[in-house]
Structure formats: structure tokens, C-alpha cells
Write a protein that binds this ligand. Structure first.
Ligand SMILES: O=P(O)(O)OC[C@H]1O[C@H](OP(=O)(O)OP(=O)(O)O)[C@H](O)[C@@H]1O
Ligand SMILES: NC(=O)CC[C@H](N)C(=O)O
Ligand code: SF4
Ligand SMILES: [Mg+2]
Length: 485
């Protein structure tokens, strides 16, 4: 194993998916299938940890799930309870040791932890924990949660997790595996999603309901913001680690991130996107002949736009199904190549047409410019771009870190300037009020959503912003993390 240090690159980051199951003899394979359904949430690393009540087993590595578990590693993951994770880093680089679940042995137990979200006070907490003697193995914010659990000073895992959850701030949906129990918590504002289901006698928690559908589990309900769920041989117990307060669910889950077949906090993602497409057509019509959605995430909004405008919906862009999401590629060069590999225009459909192009978001502008060019080179006469969300002006600090402010095209360009940069004939975005109308809210209503990336109004203080980034990243090259803890 080679160990080296590197400066932490200041680069755009994104989301994760978590899954947990208790009470099933096939816990590891079911977790694997659940994670397959959540692969869109993170493609940098994947891992699973299981317990048979006595020993804990884990395997994790960089890469897609199918790469990480291609040599029969699942067979070694025995036990009736498991958690799993697919990672897109937000805190700490994309290195093997930062992959999750993070495992730790304490005097009381083994724990494994998987986290979706990003903490806004992890650096402060880490400094305090290090001053108190904690030694960190990774550079993630997630390990801070593990140390807080270990240091809680109580034997009961759920109590220890509650103590930890009360100290962390920001976005977090977390699954924790103990010796013979599974604990799940969701942040008090509900920034990150989490659902609860059951498969026969087994309980399941996951980032999105599509993971429940994939393993044939039944949806019970969303995990409440500020709720702690403990599942063990005695069944399921729910408690609160934080008092109820106004929800601030992430709208970007609905706009782009979640799968359209998922229901997030009572709204079906496809239905919301389609509704947003209709609002876009009603408020920002375009003189076009055909409507084309940018695959994959804008297909629902394009269907809504076409329905409301009366224009035909065409499949004018074909996506190579073997290329992962471009928005979450770690460098601009890779993103540019990614867009080219990913999409191609259908000349026979777009030639001689005025195209209304629907996309769900413009973040850096890479995708839109490339697609406008593609359509023109395939013979489109005009390209009118309509975006089913408002301009993305400010970085997310809660788990969908799309880019630094300087990289966000809307943070330093007007709509007209963006239109010019992406080489479109016309360009319109939804307003925040339009976006909220997509969920059935009227202007002026108090809404249960975080819209900070569109408004710069963050629902928490950004505590760590006053601290400098850590300088060093520890990179282990090679080696395996499989085996019992
Ligand atoms: O302005 P940019 O920085 O280019 O990012 C915005 C684009 O990225 C996303 O799609 P992506 O290609 O990631 O994934 P998808 O296939 O799930 O839509 C999003 O839907 C936009 O199309
Ligand atoms: N995208 C996420 O939710 C990442 C979780 C955690 N902050 C990490 O970087 O590993
Ligand atoms: S800032 Fe944007 S992406 Fe981040 S949680 Fe809020 S709505 Fe979601
Ligand atoms: Mg897209």
C-alpha cells in the first residue's frame, strides 16, 4: 500500500445514496440491489457492511457498484442486517479510505455508518474532537458523526446516535449498523430524503422509494425530519432527537437529483417535473415546431411542456445508456467529453425545425451549450431553451455541492448573457414562485422547501465557512477493505 498526500482540490461535488435493512437472511444481496436503484445518487465509490449479530463484515472501494462487487465479495458479507452506500464526495476527496460505510470498533461495539448529506459544522467538530484526542482515518464529515457516536459515553447505540445527531448541523440522512441493530436518522430540517419500508418481517430504510420498489419492499412512510429509528430483534422504535420545526426539504431532489419513479416527501418526482414543464409552457411560451427534452432528467418536464403547449414531443436527442451522469463528473474536461459521449441529435427529427429544448437546470452551462450546438449542426433552424427551475446562483452546502460560486454560470451572468453563452435563440427559467407552484403553493405561502441555491437564503448558518479548507488528503492506493471488523 502506497500512502501519499495531495492538496485537496477545490472542485464541485455532489450527493450520495444510503440503504439499510434489518431482519433478512439475504441482507447483503438485497442491499446490493437497493444500491443499484440508488446508483444515480453517486458513482465515485460504493460499499456494504453487514452483521450477523457477533461479527461485522464490510467491503467498499472506488467505482460503480458493479465494479466494486464483481469478484464475489457479496458472498463474504454474511448476516441478517446490512447498510450500504453509493458515494459522490462532498467533504473529503474521492479516495478509497473515504468510501463508505465507514467502520469503527469501539469498546462498546462495532459500528458502520453511511451518510447522505453534508454537515455545515463538521470542521469545527473535528477540531474539537482532535483536541480531545480523536484520531481520524478519513477526511469526510461522516467520520465526525462516527466519533461523536463513539464518544457519547452511553452504552445504548440509539441514545449515542441521538447525542451525536444533536451536535451536527446541515443535511444528513444517516444509517448506522451496530452489533445487532440498525439505527437511522434524518436531519431536523429534512434537507435530505429518507424512506422507511418493509419486506415481510424485515425493515428497510433508503434514500429514495425506488430502492424499496426494486427489492419488492413496501413503502411505509417517509422518515420524519428530526426522527431517529431503531430496528432490532424486538422490532422498530421511533423517537425524536430534535424538536419539530419548519421543514426545508431540498427542491433540487425533485428538479434533478431523485429518480422520477421515486416519491419524495409525498410528491412523486415525475409528476412534479411534468407539472413544472406545464408551468414553463404557460408562462414562457416559445415559437417552436417541436419539443425536445434533454435525457434523462428532463424527459418528464418536456412531456409537461409539450402537453400544455400543444407542440409535438419528439425524441430528438439520444442518450448513450452506458455513460454516467455528466453533471457529477469531477473535472470540467471530463464533463465536456462526457456530454459529447452521452448525447447525439437525431437529424431526421430536428432538421429544418424550430426546437424548444427543455432542460431541468443550468449549473455550469456545459450541457446546454453543447446540446444547442449539436442541434444546430443536425439542422435545427432555431433553438429556444426553457429551464424547469430558476437560475442556480449559489452553491449547496447540504449534500448537492454542484460547484463553487465562480463556476455557476448564473451567479455571474444575466439570463441574456447565459443565452448568449449557450448560443440559444431565446432562454427562460422558472422563478422560485413558479417552482413552488409546481408543488401546489401560491406566491407568499410559507413553503416547506430549501431553495437556497436559487435564492441564497440558507436555512442554517454556514458555520464551517469561516474556516480554511484542510490542506492534506491521505490517499491509499490499492489494498482491500474486505473482511470482518
Ligand atoms: O449546466 P451543467 O453544469 O452542464 O449541468 C446541468 C445539466 O446536468 C444535469 O444532467 P446530467 O447530464 O448530469 O444527468 P441526467 O442524465 O441525469 O440528466 C442536468 O439535468 C442538466 O442537463
Ligand atoms: N454526497 C453525499 O451525500 C456525501 C456524504 C459525505 N458528506 C461524503 O462526502 O462522503
Ligand atoms: S441549497 Fe439547493 S441543492 Fe442544496 S439542499 Fe437547498 S435546494 Fe437542495
Ligand atoms: Mg440532465
Amino acid at each position: 500500500m502506497r500512502i501519499e498526500t495531495e492538496d485537496r482540490p477545490d472542485r464541485p461535488q455532489e450527493e450520495c445514496g444510503v440503504f439499510g435493512i434489518y431482519g433478512h437472511p439475504q441482507a447483503a444481496p438485497l442491499t446490493y440491489y437497493g444500491l443499484v436503484a440508488l446508483q444515480h445518487r453517486g458513482q465515485e465509490a460504493a460499499g456494504i457492511a453487514t452483521t450477523d449479530g457477533t461479527k461485522m463484515y464490510s467491503h467498499k472501494a472506488l467505482g460503480l457498484l458493479t465494479d466494486v462487487f464483481k469478484h464475489g465479495e457479496l458472498e463474504g458479507l454474511v448476516g441478517h442486517a446490512a447498510i450500504g452506500h453509493v458515494r459522490y464526495s462532498t467533504a473529503g476527496a474521492n479516495t478509497p479510505q473515504n468510501a463508505q460505510p465507514i467502520t469503527m470498533s469501539t469498546h462498546a461495539r462495532n459500528i458502520a455508518i453511511g451518510h447522505n448529506g453534508n454537515l455545515v459544522n463538521a470542521k469545527w467538530l473535528r477540531i474539537r474532537l482532535e483536541q480531545e484526542g480523536s484520531l481520524f482515518q478519513t477526511t469526510t464529515d461522516t467520520e465526525v458523526i462516527a466519533h461523536l457516536i463513539a464518544k457519547a459515553g452511553v452504552d445504548d447505540l440509539a441514545e449515542a446516535v441521538a447525542t451525536a445527531a444533536q451536535q451536527i448541523q446541515g443535511g444528513f440522512s444517516v444509517v448506522i449498523l451496530g452489533n445487532d441493530e440498525l439505527v437511522a436518522v434524518r436531519d431536523p430540517l429534512g434537507l435530505r430524503p429518507m424512506v422507511l419500508g418493509h419486506l415481510g418481517q424485515a425493515y428497510v430504510v433508503a434514500s429514495e422509494s425506488c430502492a424499496l420498489d426494486t427489492i419488492g419492499a413496501e413503502f411505509i412512510r417517509d422518515v420524519e425530519p428530526g426522527e431517529l429509528i431503531r430496528i432490532d430483534a424486538h422490532g422498530l422504535e421511533s423517537s425524536r432527537f430534535a424538536t419539530r420545526r419548519a421543514r426545508k426539504m431540498c427542491t433540487f431532489e425533485h428538479v434533478y437529483f431523485a429518480r422520477p419513479d421515486s416519491d419524495v416527501d409525498g410528491w412523486n418526482v415525475h409528476a412534479v417535473r411534468k407539472h413544472l414543464g406545464k408551468i414553463l409552457a404557460q408562462r414562457y411560451p416559445a415559437d417552436g415546431d417541436i419539443v425536445i427534452g434533454v435525457p434523462d432528467s428532463s424527459v418528464s418536464a418536456a412531456a409537461g411542456y409539450a402537453e400544455a403547449s400543444g407542440l409535438p414531443l419528439e425524441t430528438g436527442l439520444i442518450k448513450n445508456r452506458y455513460i454516467a451522469r455528466t453533471f457529477i463528473q469531477p473535472s470540467q474536461e471530463l464533463r465536456d467529453t462526457g456530454v459529447r459521449l452521452k448525447l447525439n441529435a437525431v437529424r431526421s427529427i430536428v432538421e429544418g425545425k424550430r426546437v424548444v429544448l427543455i432542460d431541468d437546470s443550468i449549473v455550469r452551462g456545459t450541457t446546454s451549450r453543447r446540446i444547442v450546438r449539436l442541434l444546430r449542426s443536425a439542422g435545427a433552424l432555431e433553438v429556444h431553451v426553457r429551464i424547469s427551475s430558476p437560475p442556480y446562483v449559489s452553491p449547496c452546502h447540504y449534500g448537492i455541492d454542484t460547484a463553487t460560486e465562480a463556476q455557476l454560470i448564473a451567479s455571474n451572468h444575466s439570463v441574456d448573457e447565459i443565452c448568449e453563452v449557450i448560443e440559444a435563440d431565446t432562454l427562460s427559467f422558472l422563478t422560485v414562485d413558479d417552482l413552488m407552484a409546481g408543488f401546489g403553493f401560491d406566491k407568499g405561502d410559507a413553503v416547506p422547501f430549501c431553495n437556497a441555491c436559487f435564492t441564497r437564503n440558507y436555512p442554517t448558518t454556514l458555520i464551517d465557512q469561516s474556516l480554511r479548507e484542510p490542506h492534506h488528503e491521505l490517499v491509499h492506493v490499492g489494498g482491500s477493505t474486505n473482511g470482518s471488523v
